[in-house]
Design a binder for this molecule. Structure first.
Ligand code: B12
Ligand code: SF4
Length: 472
């Protein structure tokens, strides 16, 4: 059967919608193809034409839509357009998993899959093709055996993300090369205002000063997180099994080699909730250090999983560790049900310093009840440990989490049906944030103080989305 898989998400940066192809839809597509179905992929962030036109150009009789909560409205629009065209719609991903009833009530989705889709989606499509539509509209996804992880195929979405345009606007070329628009005009002699990328490639290296080009991929080593942090969607049992599952090490290595050879990948984002929980993590670190030293990788970790053995394995690796510290206040850490303690956080930061490992700190601001004392403890921690990237986020409670229920029960949610993530800029512009009873002036002040401690610039000037010299 023909299936269109649509990934609905927000642009990753203004002016540059996407610099890493998602893993979700290519993986599901590979499973559908293995089951004998024909698949095309659409990522709404890459759409140049209006949505209706982009969708009309796809061929699936079934349209399977993947989305997170903050993209609900756009995903519903996609479903509505497909329904109007007489196509069967299936919803899946984080939002359909936490609020399947919302999709059913909208009347826009024929089926909703909760949790993992690798087995259930191909099974459902096969049933639809055979005229055996299940009676229930919500299906619990069957957990995937990671030993069956298929090789990812070479979908056009990769070409769209990793291959350069033939020409770029002169203003963008000027921003990248440091040359004036006039100078570029003389170089390229085109009359449509665009500059040939080939011409840019021919420029001497000094025109691409310390910029660094990212060709990144998402990669999974395994799945599973045993914790239930109050604000995190992963706390839910129907999202994915909590027990750890691991991919065979050989499969992981083969996938990395494939992308490095095919697309010159130079940055790997491990999407595991806690990468060092992967039994072969030390081996993976050794592999990256010895075989692909120029390929950087980043991964998520809790302070408790960052043991001396992990730190030793990472010494000298081209990597960035992301810790979900959120705060350094012991009271708040307990309230948020975070694994570990302020003490383990200091220990993890010390191990990084001792082994020369760069780390980022995810931080949460605007938690109901957060006091000045709590903020000050976090500031003291940051000032003392100096993460390379402090990453402050303003709490926007996610549906389906205990944090959301807690705020809803207490009447703290300004708009319970609005799932969009709030940025500092939006809070500043609107003069308020997602919650009542939170002092957002204080939140903005600490947000700015945390950003001032950023050290990324000391390491390398990062120009994301500079896909001008990629693999042809
Ligand atoms: C990698 C990641 C990112 C990456 C990449 C996201 C991307 N565009 O691919 C980055 C860093 C950019 C990111 C950003 C954000 N993320 Co994020 N991210 C993740 C993470 C860690 C892994 C996702 C992943 O790729 N998993 C591997 C793939 C294979 O699995 P999957 O996507 O879960 O899909 C499986 C099932 O969900 C299901 N499925 C998915 N789609 C479909 C569709 C159909 C039809 C079917 C049947 C099944 C199905 O089957 C898949 C295979 O089993 C998850 C947490 C986690 N551990 O899952 C959070 C997570 C998805 N992110 C989350 C959030 C909130 C965000 C942000 C909004 C954060 C923010 N405030 O900015 C942004 C939004 C980004 C955007 N551009 O729109 C939340 C979503 C919660 C929610 N209720 O929606 C999660 C669950 C984190 C959490 N702890 O709560 N994220
Ligand atoms: S450790 Fe990370 S992934 Fe696990 S529940 Fe806590 S925040 Fe979520």
């Amino acid at each position: 059967m023909k299936v269109t898989l649509v990934f609905v998400a927000e642009p990753e940066r203004v002016g540059f919608p996407l610099w890493t192809a998602p893993l979700t839809t290519p993986l599901l597509a590979s499973c559908l193809t293995a089951a004998g179905h024909e698949v095309d992929l659409l990522d709404t962030r890459l759409s140049e034409a209006p949505l209706a036109e982009e969708l009309a150009a796809t061929s699936g009789d079934v349209v399977a839509i993947s989305f997170m909560s903050h993209s609900r409205d756009e995903a519903f629009e996609v479903a509505e357009l497909c329904r109007a065209d007489g196509r069967i719609t299936i919803g899946g991903g984080a939002h359909p998993t936490v609020l399947p009833g919302e999709l059913v009530d909208s009347g826009l989705f024929d089926h909703v899959v909760r949790g993992e889709g690798e087995r259930t989606l191909p099974g459902l499509v096969t049933d639809i093709e055979a005229g055996r539509r299940p009676d229930e509209s919500v299906l619990q996804g069957e957990p995937f055996d990671l030993l069956d992880y298929p090789p990812l195929r070479d979908y056009p979405v990769y070409q769209d993300v990793y291959c350069p345009p033939a020409a770029v606007p002169a203003s963008r070329a000027a921003g990248l090369t440091g040359l004036t628009v006039e100078a570029l005009g003389e170089l390229t002699r085109r009359d449509d205002g665009l500059v040939d990328v080939d011409t840019l490639r021919g420029l001497p290296a000094e025109h691409f000063p310390a910029t660094r080009e990212f060709r990144s991929i998402y990669l999974e080593l395994g799945r599973g997180c045993p914790f239930r942090c109050l604000y995190c969607t992963i706390q839910n049992d129907w999202f994915a099994p909590k027990a750890g599952r691991a991919r065979p090490f050989e499969d992981v290595v083969a996938e990395v080699h494939y992308f490095v050879e095919r697309y010159d990948t130079n940055y790997i984002v491990l999407v595991d909730s806690i990468a060092p929980a992967y039994p072969g993590f030390v081996r993976f670190a050794e592999f990256m250090k010895t075989e692909l030293p120029d390929v950087e990788f980043s991964f998520n970790c809790t302070a408790t999983h960052f043991t001396p053995t992990v730190a030793e394995a990472l010494a000298g690796a081209n990597c960035l560790v992301w810790f979900g510290f959120e705060t350094a206040s012991p009271t708040l850490l307990r309230a948020l049900r975070k694994p570990g303690s302020a003490r383990t956080q200091y220990r993890a930061a010390k191990l990084c310093a001792e082994h020369g490992i760069r780390f980022g700190a995810n931080l949460l601001l605007g938690v109901p009840g957060e006091t000045t004392e709590d903020y000050e403890m976090t500031m003291e921690f940051l000032t003392e440990t100096r993460p390379h990237s402090p990453n402050p986020n303003i709490l926007t409670p996610l549906p389906g989490t205990d944090m959301y229920s807690h705020c809803l029960e207490r009447g703290l949610l300004r708009d319970p049906g609005d799932y969009r993530s709030w940025t500092a800029e939006q809070v500043r512009t609107k003069g308020h944030g997602p919650l009542f009873g939170v002092d957002y002036e204080q939140v903005l002040s600490y947000h700015a103080q945390m950003l001032r401690l950023d050290r990324t610039g000391e390491v390398v000037h990062v120009e994301r989305g500079c896909h001008l010299k990629p693999h042809a």
